[in-house]
Design a protein around this ligand. Sequence first.
Ligand code: FMN
Length: 188
Amino acid sequence: MNQTMQTILGRRSIRAYQSRQIDEQEMQEVLIAGQYAPTAMGQQPWHFTVLQNPDLLEKLQLQCKAVFLHSDNAALREVASREDYHVFYHAPTLVIVSGDLQAITPMQDCVLAMENMLLAAASLGISSCWVHSPIMLCGDSAGAAAFNALELGIPAGYVPYAAAVFGYSAMPLPEATPRKLDTVTFVR
Ligand SMILES: Cc1cc2nc3c(=O)[nH]c(=O)nc-3n(C[C@H](O)[C@H](O)[C@H](O)COP(=O)(O)O)c2cc1C
């Protein structure tokens, strides 16, 4: 198996982090990987927020936790009600990719950028986990107002489409969730 395949198959969502911040040079490499994702008509209609301020991270995680606690989904409510549940797993970096609402396919473009970043991070020994709650937070008007009050520098007309935490793992690498392998139809 080549190195790219090893990285893709070896990446796992990590849910416990060391407090040590990611090496700056490596963070830049991860961001470049995001910026080299394909986009509809090459529009690159995105903005990357790299949130590394501990106070703001904590404020945002409390807002996000409240979203899970009030969700219609019982599983989300159950997870968030655990005393020690931290939406960002204490990771030192959160990246949010926001897209220009006027672009052709901003959601797809932002999601592809994030996947590139998860894989680039894995290749550099940096762990990550996609976290959906910041996107859910922005999905309702009160949540979006609270999020905007954090003043993260997201350009007007852009909305967050993808968020993930990054850092150095503080847990053993978990086994991969078994994949559904019977979901392919070849038509020849
Ligand atoms: C759209 C999306 C939303 C996700 N949201 C969360 C989340 O809020 N919290 C979390 O811990 N993991 C989240 N995940 C990670 C998935 O749980 C994880 O990718 C899946 O269980 C497979 O595990 P793996 O990433 O280790 O292969 C999310 C993944 C995706 C693609």
